[in-house]
Structures are given as structure tokens and as C-alpha cells.
Unconditional design. Structure first.
Length: 494
């Protein structure tokens, strides 16, 4: 309770804590689904292309099954994403009422992308065995683009909240003369967008590969599991060093554009040069740091490649304009955890790359596959920590240096908000429980189908199409009972 009180200013409205807790919970829940929504279409299409290019029925089977997971995940994402959209208006009317005309276009872009992606997923899912292989694949190609467009809209809105521009304020303090292009392409948009997109690719790749890594550890080492592991893991492994460089770049952008936020991420109290780096550690209200590992001068070196680099401290601005000690510690721990997990993933990717370059085959170490199985969970945790860093480090601002969170919160009674929070938790437990149940049912069905076919697909999912030439009828079956001469549908379940 002491920590909870420290998160808020003494004069904060009673509604602020439940509103923030509700928003944090729904956002943290939704973001678990985002990597699969943004990156799984691309991973699926890579597997689909491999199956067509090499005439590999197993690759096509994997792509088809992943497309079914993609559709289920998208349906759940629609629910959680819609809740977030309503919460912006219900919990933060001050934000949307004053600034909606400036940055709301990002939400409009995301909504259009959402509907377009729903249509394309439906076409792609329905097209298995119903469209010609090339046509089906080409119709799936826009899917990754629409996923990126949705991320574009959300990140445009979030980057504007971090570095707002594209407007002027009238005498009453209201935004006028909105420049849409400047409002979208803010100084933080590029670094934040690409850091986010590559993070989604890394996370989705490791999550999907982790499923087959567990299968490998349980003795399932056939072509199906090797391929199911190799393709997504390779994509994630290639993207991991890119993500590491992008992460370093965005940290420097925060250092330049949001120096107080950077100070919170690194728990720097006084503006100075030769600033040490703390691995974890706790910042106290008097500016002292306890615990953690102190590395002299490293923070200045990381920020500007020189120990003489001046790093702005939290004490450089009034207490009302900066995160308090508890918020800074939360942002710092989240940042260090994200960087730590990213470093371990980079090491895992390098091991994988070295083994492949030397032996031209997958690693055979059980410890490698144990690490790969953990990589999916670790990457999801890293994504969560990245958003905690972004949002908590910006406190107390909801629009950086223009509107405080307390000024934007709803006037609804705090008791009502706490009840709403409890109901949302119950609903989300049901939603994610249903999601997990559906995935497990799908897995069991696929495993049963594999056992019936001896572990190999009886035919490629793209082979029989009801709109293409009718397959030849064997000589002895020309007048078999029940043969009505109709075209086979091939419409079995995923």
C-alpha cells in the first residue's frame, strides 16, 4: 500500500489510481496478443512460400494451421482492442476532448487497418483448397502490410503523446491550426515504430518456435517439428541483432528528446557528467540509490559515447513535472529487465547462427532447446517491460509537457471505477481462458490427425481446389455408389 500511495501525488483525484490501474491491466493484457497479430501473418506467409516453392506438403500444412491460430487470435484481439478504444474516451475524457482532433487520426488509421485485416484473414483462411495455390498466396500477401498499418496508427498516436507537435495553442490553451503530417510524423515516431515492429517480429518468432522446441524436448523430432521450429526461429534470430541496434537508437532519442524520462529510466538524480550506470537499484526521494550494481561512468558513455557526456537529472525540473522516486524505479527496473532479456536473446541467436554456419543443421543440444522454449515467454515479458518503461517514464504527463494525467482523468466516482476494474478482470480471465481452450482443442485435433496419417500429411493442403480441374477418377470407381460427379470440396477443418 505504501508503494501505491507513492505512485500518486498527494493532491491527485481519487479517480486517478483506479483509472490508471484499469488502463494498465487492459493494455498489458492486449499487448500479449499484439506480436501474433502483427508478425504471425508474415511468418505464416514465409512458411506458405516455402511450401509452394519446394512443393513441401508439411510446410503448407504448418502454414494452414498457423493461419487458423492467426484467425482465432485476431478475434480475441478485436475484443481486447475494442475495450481499450472505449477506455480512452471513458477514462480520459480530458485527453480526447482537448487533443482528439490532433492525434486522433492515428486511431482512425488503426481502425481502417483492423477492418481490412479482418477481411483479408477471412479470405486467406477460406482460400485453403478453394483457390488456386498461386492466387491464394497472392491474396495473402497484403496481410503483413495491413498489420503494419495498424501498428502505424497506434504508434503514431503514442509517439505524439511522447513528443507532441503539429498544432498551436490559442489564448485559451486549446490546440488550433493542426498540421496532420507533423502530428503523425513526430520526432519519436520513426524510432518508436521500427523498434516496436521488429520487437513484434522477434517475439512472435520465438513464441511460435518455442512450441516446437517443447515438442523437440519431448522426442518429436520429425520433419514437421523441425520445420515448425526452424522457420520462425530463424526469422526471430535474424531480427534480434537488428532489434538490439534499434533499441540502442531509441534510447539515445529519448536521451535527446525526453531527457527527464531518460533520467527516470537510468535513475539519475543530479545533472552531471561521468554518470554511473546502475543495474537495477532503487531510487529514494532524497536522490540516493540503494542496491543494484554500480558501474562508474557507464551511463554517460552509453548516452553520448564519452564519459564527459552530460546527463540531465530528475532534480533539474520541479517535482510536479517529473516521475517520483517510485515511478522512476519502476521504469528503471522495467528498462533493465527488457535490456537483460534482449541480451540473452541476442546470445541465443548468435549460438544458433554459429551452429548453422558451421554444420548447416539445427543445434542438437537440449539446453539450446530449453533456452529456445523459454525465449518466447522471455520476449513477451520484454515487450511488457518496454511499454512500462514508455508509459511510466513519461509520468506525470499524458501529453508530454502539455497535459498531466490528473487533468485528463474522468470525473466518475472512484468506487465505480474499482467495480469496473474487477468486472474487467473477470471478463478477461474468461476471454483468455476460452482462447487457451480453443488453442488446446485445435492442438489435440491436429495431433490426432497426424497420428491417423502416420505423422505425414496425406496431401498438400493446396492440391485439390473445387474451382480447378476435377481430379481423375480411378478406373474401378467410375460408377461407385454415392458418386454424383460433384467437385470435391476439400473443405475439411484446419
Amino acid at each position: 500500500m505504501h508503494t501505491t500511495v507513492q505512485l500518486l501525488a498527494a493532491d491527485a483525484p481519487a479517480q486517478l489510481l483506479p483509472a490508471r490501474e484499469l488502463m494498465a491491466f487492459t493494455l498489458a493484457s492486449h499487448i500479449i496478443l499484439v506480436p501474433m497479430g502483427v508478425a504471425l501473418p508474415l511468418i505464416t506467409l514465409v512458411m506458405h512460400y516455402r511450401g509452394l516453392r519446394r512443393n513441401d506438403a508439411t510446410a503448407l500444412l504448418l502454414a494452414r494451421r498457423w493461419s487458423a491460430v492467426m484467425a482465432v487470435q485476431f478475434a480475441i484481439g478485436v475484443v481486447t482492442g475494442t475495450v481499450l478504444s472505449f477506455e480512452f474516451g471513458l477514462l480520459w475524457p480530458g485527453l480526447m476532448g482537448k487533443w482528439g482532433d490532433v492525434f486522433g487520426i492515428g486511431f482512425g488509421v488503426e481502425a481502417w487497418a483492423f477492418f481490412l485485416e479482418a477481411v483479408l484473414i477471412a479470405i486467406y483462411l477460406y482460400g485453403w483448397r478453394r483457390l488456386k495455390p498461386r492466387t491464394h498466396f497472392l491474396l495473402g500477401l497484403p496481410l503483413p502490410a495491413t498489420a503494419l498499418l495498424g501498428a502505424f496508427g497506434i504508434l503514431a498516436a503514442n509517439s505524439w503523446m511522447n513528443t507532441p507537435q503539429g498544432f498551436t495553442l490559442d489564448s485559451d490553451g486549446n490546440p488550433v491550426d493542426v498540421d496532420v503530417w507533423k502530428a503523425i510524423f513526430t520526432p519519436m515516431f520513426g524510432p518508436e515504430y521500427w523498434h516496436f515492429v521488429v520487437a513484434m517480429l522477434v517475439t512472435a518468432g520465438y513464441v511460435v518456435a518455442g512450441v516446437y522446441a517443447v515438442g523437440w524436448l519431448r522426442g518429436r523430432r520429425d520433419h514437421y517439428h523441425r520445420l515448425g521450429f526452424a522457420v520462425p526461429f530463424t526469422i526471430a534470430a535474424v531480427a534480434t541483432p537488428v532489434q538490439f541496434m534499434l533499441g540502442d537508437s531509441i534510447a539515445r532519442q529519448v536521451f535527446q528528446k525526453q531527457p527527464v524520462k531518460f533520467a527516470a529510466m537510468e535513475i539519475v538524480w543530479e545533472t552531471d557528467t561521468h554518470v554511473p550506470e546502475y543495474l537495477y537499484g532503487r531510487l529514494h526521494p532524497d536522490g540516493t540509490v540503494s542496491g543494484g550494481i554500480k558501474i562508474p561512468q557507464l551511463d554517460s558513455i552509453l548516452a553520448g559515447f564519452s564519459p564527459d557526456t552530460k546527463v540531465t537529472g530528475l532534480a533539474s525540473v520541479p517535482a510536479s513535472d517529473r516521475p517520483n522516486a517510485t515511478q522512476a524505479t519502476i521504469a528503471h527496473w522495467a528498462f533493465d529487465t527488457m535490456v537483460g532479456i534482449g541480451s540473452l536473446l541476442l546470445l541465443l541467436a548468435l549460438v544458433y547462427g554459429l551452429v548453422w554456419l558451421r554444420r548447416r543443421r539445427l543445434p542438437d543440444s537440449k539446453w539450446f532447446y530449453r533456452s529456445a522454449a523459454c525465449a518466447g515467454v522471455g520476449s513477451v515479458v520484454a515487450v511488457e517491460c518496454g511499454w512500462i518503461t514508455t508509459e511510466v517514464g513519461r509520468q506525470p504527463w499524458i501529453v508530454y509537457q502539455n497535459m498531466r494525467v490528473a487533468e485528463a482523468v474522468t470525473s466518475t466516482r472512484s468506487t465505480t471505477l474499482w467495480i469496473m476494474f474487477g468486472l474487467v478482470i473477470v471478463v478477461y480471465l474468461f476471454i483468455f481462458g476460452a482462447f487457451l481452450t480453443v488453442l488446446l482443442k485445435m492442438r489435440d485435433g491436429w495431433r490426432l490427425a497426424d497420428e491417423q496419417t502416420g505423422g505425414q500429411p496425406d496431401e498438400a493442403p493446396e492440391v485439390v481446389t473445387p474451382y480447378g480441374p476435377r481430379p481423375p477418377v480411378p478406373a474401378g470407381d467410375a460408377h461407385s455408389p454415392g458418386d454424383s460427379g460433384s467437385t470435391p470440396s476439400g473443405g475439411d477443418g484446419p
